[in-house]
Design a protein around this ligand. Sequence first.
Ligand code: CP
Length: 321
Amino acid sequence: MTATVQIDLPEKASKRKRNLLDFADWSADEVGALFDTADVMAQVLTRTIKKVPALQGFTVGTLFFEDSTRTRLSFERAARAQSADVISFAAGGSSLSKGESLKDTLRTIDQMQADLYVVRHPVAGVPHQLARWTDASIVNAGDGRRAHPTQALLDAYTFRSRFEGFDGFEGKRLAIVGDVLHSRVARSNVELWRKLGGEVVLCGPAPLLPREVAAGVRHTHRLADAVEGAHAVMALRLQRERMASGLLPSVAEYVTRYQLTEEALAMADNHALVMHPGPINRDVEIASDVADGPRSVIEAQVASGVPIRMAVLYTLLVGKR
Ligand code: CP
């Protein structure tokens, strides 16, 4: 059944943008408009019929060259909730195994007339390359360790949604703890949080912190320093799939020094949120009771992924009409 329920969207949200590869060409106002659009989408998702015809006639392709649970499913949910058609490509089981190149794969899928591709790839820069090869819009759903912009959007949106009368990111501090070096989530959160006027502190053992930290971003090897006064503390998984062997001599030592525990969180702001982009490794980077505790918004982050990705699809596609 196609619902005829209408939505009343903020005017700024309809400004034409072609791609979301990172935040380089997105202004703070444009991100704010995305959040306002996500608020409208979140309202839609509270209705009995959680579907609007906003993107009827559009086709969204999800191109995943790397595993995903949250990102792929929430993009598909976000597309269908706006009545778009969805085609899905996963590298496993595709003709890539028969020697087809990335470009020929894209050219093949392009014949199915998708208007927008959501792309995840283990190699940094692939979404940018695909954007040069197709007229369809591209949304970066994670490229190597470079960027994962919709994860950062849903993280910031979750943070914003948790404070009554939220008055902006200025004066708010996000502490990101763990394997920052291999984390595209950390890079996108630094980029976005700073764009919105917030403060970021990065924390982890020396081999897991990048040598080059963005201007104005503090880093520390002491968890207590990072957590003190933080308004949100985000734990990151050890990303072994992107990690050279020998970087971390002892997981047990890492757990002792960097695991987010209630004790470690004692010095955070009274209302501090505990975040994690997922998937979590319980009792490694985060204690299980903290992951399930009252400060944790880990499941709320997943839920925010749907309205945020609805807003991204809407913003990029509606201008194509
Ligand atoms: N946070 C995140 O990107 O999760 P998935 O790998 O499950 O999509």
